[in-house]
Design a protein around this ligand. Structure first.
Ligand code: FE
Length: 235
């Protein structure tokens, strides 16, 4: 980054009230051929400067930003998807609705909206294993899974999931039997997928909330299976 732009961004960070460390000042003073881990990344600086400009111009207010961040940190996340999955396991009629009209069924539980307008739910069975990728970028069903994990956005996952899905699953610790069919679903800006994982054995007595607690984000992306938790934690 050229010095002028970095100076501008650093000034903007200061304006937002962020702490500029002594190391940052040090890094600006001279170029001495090694990196400083404590220096905020260019992306962080860019975001903060953009935020400060938007606030300064009155285009956004901080309370609205805080509300948005709170939504994606606390309200939207894989717990929503887990709730959907647990309902489908517990209620066969709901499961049928979920598999035939996912948007409506998910909305029944109060979830939906941005980045989840057109959902398709695909069911894992002993014969078929589904996994989800976005080969182009990072399309992901925000209302039910929150924001995508870093690996989901990475180039190796995006490219290799379609070339060698079994190999990728193996790296996640999931070894599928040879006769299991693997289906890879490529998300787009229009359609987002959610995997309905297989219900683990010996969970008949569990409540819907207890079932939801078993469901993991990775299982809903299709890179893991759900393993029932053992009572007592000894195994
Ligand atoms: Fe994408």
């Amino acid at each position: 980054m050229d010095k002028t732009r970095r100076d501008f961004l650093t000034a903007a960070v200061t304006a937002t009230g962020a702490v500029v460390t002594r190391d940052l000042a040090h890094a600006q003073d001279h170029d001495h051929g090694h990196s400083h881990q404590v220096v905020p990344s260019d992306l962080t600086l860019r975001v903060k400067s953009l935020e400060s400009l938007l606030v300064e111009k009155g285009l956004v207010d901080r309370a609205a930003l805080d509300a948005l961040i709170d939504t994606y940190e606390n309200k939207v996340g894989p717990r929503n998807g887990a709730h959907v999955v647990a309902r489908a396991w517990a209620d066969p009629a709901y499961k049928q609705r979920l598999l035939t009209d996912a948007d409506k069924a998910i909305a029944e539980l109060g979830f939906g909206g941005q980045q989840g307008e057109h959902m398709v739910v695909v069911e894992n069975t002993p014969e078929v294993h589904n996994m989800v990728v976005c080969t182009l970028c990072s399309c992901y069903p925000w209302p039910v899974l929150g924001l995508p994990p870093v690996w989901y956005k990475s180039a190796p996952y995006r490219s290799r999931s379609v070339i060698d899905p079994r190999g990728v699953l193996r790296e996640f610790g999931l070894e599928l039997l040879e006769d299991v069919e693997v289906r890879v679903w490529d998300s787009t800006a229009e359609v987002r997928y959610l995997v309905l994982p297989e219900r683990p054995a010996d969970t008949e007595s569990l409540s819907e909330d207890a079932l939801a607690a078993l469901v993991t984000r990775d299982a809903m992306i299709g890179v893991a299976k759900i393993v029932p938790r053992r009572e007592g934690g000894s195994t």
